[in-house]
Design a protein around this ligand. Structure first.
Ligand SMILES: C[S@@+](CC[C@H](N)C(=O)[O-])C[C@H]1O[C@@H](n2cnc3c(N)ncnc32)[C@H](O)[C@@H]1O
Length: 252
């Protein structure tokens, strides 16, 4: 009897998920505005490729162009990405790396070694906190200076883990390093700029709460904001699960 109830429970959960996904699809068909074409045709092929990729709606698609521009503006020599998965952010960062002739390291606990073909890309399959502990000696053996110009963080989205990432990776930032966090406004229902919607999960404000802890203040991640705190210039966009950029303003 118990087994029967368990099976019925599982079937109901599955049905609920299917229903929610259907509602999302119907909502997106009814509500989604047409994607605006670019205001002019960019002469940079990489820009056009990223624009094309961002046309496929994902949990990060709204931020791909911003990620590209923020990276180019940084003129990085070393880029580190924490969290690779299917490689949306990797696609962007490898193009920026190519244009800036930067070394590019991606880290994930899963095997994502096939995601990029960029010759100066190194994939490290490891827990990112463990890798941060080995980063200095790892850089030495790879002939690199452990000074990260651009750090992109998009992993578990959990509060404790994000805090650990901040404390483990920030010491390896270059004097004028920049950090981008995705999922700083993650919720069950997440909306993009074109009003389309995606299903996420409630991470109890994990990433933004870790940033609040680090900066010793509160953020309203549901709105755009910019400001300066602890010698960091902070910029935030709430759409598409949220993106927050930290740029060193003063000395370390
Ligand atoms: C949201 S996905 C990354 C998406 C990717 N940035 C993109 O744009 O397609 C999160 C990834 O973080 C990885 N991850 C989770 N916890 C990790 C950890 N402790 N160390 C390294 N990678 C981790 C997962 O395996 C997963 O592939």
């Amino acid at each position: 009897m118990k087994g029967l109830f368990r099976q019925a429970g599982k079937a109901l959960k599955h049905l609920e998920l299917v229903l929610i996904l259907r509602i999302r699809d119907i909502y997106n068909i009814l509500m989604a505005a047409r994607r605006e074409p670019p205001a002019f045709s960019s002469e940079l092929e990489e820009f056009r490729e990223i624009w094309e990729r961002a046309g496929k709606r994902t949990d990060i698609s709204d931020h791909l162009i911003t990620l590209f521009i923020e990276t180019l503006m940084q003129k990085p020599r070393l880029i580190v990405e924490l969290g690779t998965r299917g490689g949306d952010s990797t696609f962007v960062l490898e193009r920026a790396a190519k244009l800036c002739r930067a070394k590019f390291i991606s880290v994930d606990i899963e095997d994502c070694a096939q995601v990029s073909k960029y010759p100066d890309w190194i994939f490290v399959q490891k827990d990112d906190i463990q890798f941060a502990r080995e980063f200095k000696s790892w850089c030495r053996t790879h002939g690199l200076e452990p000074a990260i110009d651009l750090l992109f963080i998009d992993t578990s989205h959990e509060y404790n883990h994000t805090l650990q990432e901040i404390h483990s990776w920030f010491p390896w930032l270059a004097e004028r390093g920049k950090v981008l966090f995705h999922d700083t406004n993650l919720k069950y229902f997440n909306f993009r700029n074109d009003h389309s919607m995606d299903i996420g999960w409630n991470n109890q404000r994990g990433v933004i709460r870790a940033l609040e802890e680090y900066f010793g203040c509160q953020f309203n991640e549901k709105h755009n904001f910019t400001g300066v705190r602890k010698n960091w210039l902070i910029k935030h966009w709430p759409n598409c699960c949220g993106l927050t950029v930290l740029e060193r303003w003063g000395r370390k």
